[in-house]
Design a protein around this ligand. Structure first.
Ligand SMILES: [Zn+2]
Length: 244
């Protein structure tokens, strides 16, 4: 675990500028997206997330809205590091499997987010170490788990509510996520990890990365005299960039 954690810390930074430009270019969601290109993109991003230690084993799952309706989703018991484009779960608009392997057992988290946020085209759920660590702390503000330490966090994540703990597979968790997803594209599941939606798979990835990095910074600063952004500074960012 220590090795994995160290690897995550070492590799957990943001992409280089050229990588970011490449992702921005590819994030024009409605342009030229085909079944094959979405499958390819989902697998590349899964591999990138896994290689940087942002999730591990067979944890974490990704879904993308399909241009022909329904979704593509990562299969159950699949490592994000070794996804096969041909075996991704293809779900119809009612969530039924129509091709590929059985979807992740956490598919209900994705459905809950999409049902509340029709404008979102991708959802990523990870067991990313620092976000999970924060989700296990006592005394979190249930309405906003992390302070606004940086402008990018405010822009990419915004307010982060805590979803109460439910055992694995408990469908009440879907209701709890749905109750918050209408107002929040990112939520933190207590003792579990983040669920983040984006207008594209790239934007979902940027947001979940920003959340993980901010969780890491928060833990680094927990016992330091820290000055988060003021409410006025946060409000100015929200106005300028049109974030909720
Ligand atoms: Zn999970």
């Amino acid at each position: 675990m220590a090795t994995r954690l160290n690897r995550g810390v070492r590799r957990g930074g943001l992409h280089s500028r050229s990588d970011l430009c490449e992702y921005e270019r590819l994030s024009k969601w409605n342009q030229m997206m085909t079944d094959a290109s979405i499958r390819e993109r989902l697998c590349v991003i899964g591999a990138s997330i896994f290689a940087r230690g942002l999730t591990f084993g067979s944890t974490g799952n990704i879904s993308v809205r399909h241009p022909d309706g329904g979704w593509l989703m990562t299969p159950t018991n699949a490592s994000l590091g070794e996804l096969d484009p041909a075996r991704l779960s293809r779900l119809d608009e009612s969530g039924q499997l129509i091709a590929g392997d059985k979807p992740t057992k956490e598919s209900f988290l994705h459905r809950a987010m999409y049902e509340q946020r029709g404008e979102m085209n991708a959802v990523i759920h990870l067991h990313s170490t620092h976000s999970v660590a924060v989700s296990c702390l006592n005394g979190l503000d249930q309405h906003d788990c992390l302070p606004p330490l940086t402008a990018y966090y405010v822009m990419r994540v915004g307010r982060l509510p805590l979803v109460p703990y439910y055992p694995p597979g408990d469908l009440e968790l879907a209701d709890a996520v749905a109750a918050l997803a209408g107002k929040h594209h990112a939520v933190l599941l207590a003792n579990h990890g983040p669920v983040v939606a984006g207008s594209s798979i790239e934007n979902a990835m940027y947001a979940v990365e920003e959340l993980e990095e901010t969780a890491r910074i928060y833990l680094m600063l927990r016992h330091e005299d820290t000055r988060p952004l003021t409410p006025e500074q946060v409000e100015a960012i929200r106005r300028r960039f049109g974030v909720a």
